[in-house]
Design a protein around this ligand. Structure first.
Ligand code: XMP
Length: 403
């Protein structure tokens, strides 16, 4: 963990502004902002260093949340920031590039490729030969360590940005950890909705669409995301969001009866009241510091009078541990909050975790009333969803995102 006590954001910001000024000189530079704390802090810092020689864009890549590009633009354009900013609509280009891909790493690599091609073209149009980006220390450590491909790590992965995309890269925050970036953001006067914002991955909602990305699936995820964020915010979890999965079962699932019996024993209900599903698409987990793919198991338990058995979250986490210990090919256990008992195209997972360092995370003990309300609202807004699940898997063995 970083030494926060000795880190002074004021000294860092002043020194870095000076460094950026020297490094960029009178050149024009481009920065892409997503609204996340890293890229926003990076943009404001660079703007203070080089003023209107900074061209700031939001690449609207189709994977930002509902209304997000417009909202971020509105804040940065206004005083005290006055950062000149344009929204560049590249939605179709990204959707086209990601079409047909379902493997998480393939999606990440395609995202990176499309992102930099679009940025390279924007840089050329704007006459910028320098790209400023908010890469932080963890991005590099994770990508080089093979944990996951962060979209903004190029040189360390042997990609020469000048040769490949036509620009030189400047990374003012590369020595910092997330908490230090938040300290710099506060020092620069960024509103709390930026400085304290829960992490949102660079590839955005593309890593929350499990399996293939299709426009209708993405639209449903956006609606579910708005509902989950709105309803869970007051509980202040470490990180919370929605995930979408195709409602397709694995072709040759194994061990279903065993899972059914385990759940029946734990909750003291007849086995016929336990319904188990193994999905066709897989999700990510971690093992010995590396990513792995594993099955997603959906468990639904009914009480004798036909209602969902609203077990204590801790008991659901215990169920998850039993299932994964007995069947280590499983990466996630989902527990049904509400189910329409009719097959529709998608199911939605609600993920909410408590974490300090994002390396280890506990499942939030969310009240059932909140989970049920979320489920009702998602059903109302999303007619193509048949089940709402709560993800009861900690990290490890799961990751925080699903991919
Ligand atoms: P995982 O899924 O690896 O996530 O347990 C740990 C933390 O990292 C965030 N995350 C990302 N952040 N670009 C980012 O800037 C990414 O590609 C990315 N992938 C995951 C995730 O939201 C969690 O906070």
């Amino acid at each position: 963990m970083p030494v926060l006590e000795t880190f002074d954001p004021k000294i860092f910001a002043e020194a870095e502004i000076e460094k950026i000024r020297k490094n960029i000189g009178n050149e024009k530079a481009l920065v892409a902002v997503s609204g996340g704390v890293d890229s926003t802090t990076c943009a404001v810092l660079t703007h203070r260093a080089i003023g209107n020689n900074l061209v700031c864009v939001i690449l609207d890549d189709a994977f930002m949340r509902e209304g997000e590009p417009e909202h971020v633009a509105e804040i940065l354009l206004k005083p005290p920031f006055n950062v000149p900013l344009k929204i560049v609509n590249v939605r179709d280009r990204f959707l086209q590039a990601m079409k047909g891909l379902s493997d998480a790493e393939e999606k990440r690599k395609m995202f990176r490729e499309t992102f930099y091609q679009a940025l390279g073209e924007t840089a050329q149009k704007e006459g910028c030969k320098i790209l400023v980006q908010g890469t932080i220390k963890a991005d590099i450590v994770e990508t080089v360590g093979g944990v996951k491909t962060q979209h903004n790590v190029l040189e360390q992965m042997g990609i020469n940005p000048m040769e490949r995309f036509g620009f030189k890269v400047v990374e003012p925050l590369v020595t910092l950890y997330k908490e230090q970036v938040r300290m710099v953001a506060r020092h620069l006067g960024l509103p709390a909705e930026f400085s304290e914002r829960q992490p949102f991955p660079g590839p955005g909602l593309s890593v929350r669409v499990v399996g293939e990305i299709r426009p209708d699936k993405l639209e449903t995820l956006k609606k579910a995301t708005t509902i989950v964020e709105r309803e869970l915010a007051e509980h202040k979890p470490g990180q919370y969001f929605a995930i979408i999965i195709d409602n397709e079962e694995a072709e040759q699932p194994s061990g279903m009866v065993h899972i059914q019996e385990t759940a029946a024993r734990l909750f003291n209900v007849p086995s016929r009241n336990v319904h188990v599903k193994i999905f066709k698409d897989k999700a990510t987990g971690v093992e010995a510091g590396k990513r792995r793919y594993g099955e997603i198991v959906g468990v639904r338990v009914q009480t004798v009078n036909g209602k969902v058995h609203q077990a204590a979250i801790q008991n659901l986490v215990s169920l998850q541990a039993k299932i994964i210990t007995e069947k280590p090919t499983v990466a996630r256990v989902f527990y049904a909050v509400k189910d329409l008992e009719e097959k529709k195209a998608y199911v939605v997972g609600v993920r909410s975790v408590e974490t300090k360092d994002f390396l280890i995370a506990k499942v939030s003990e969310m009240p059932w009333a909140t989970l049920s309300k979320i489920a009702e609202e998602i059903f109302k807004e999303c007619p193509d969803v048949s089940t709402i699940y709560y993800d009861v898997t900690p990290k490890p063995p799961a990751t925080i995102e699903m991919e």
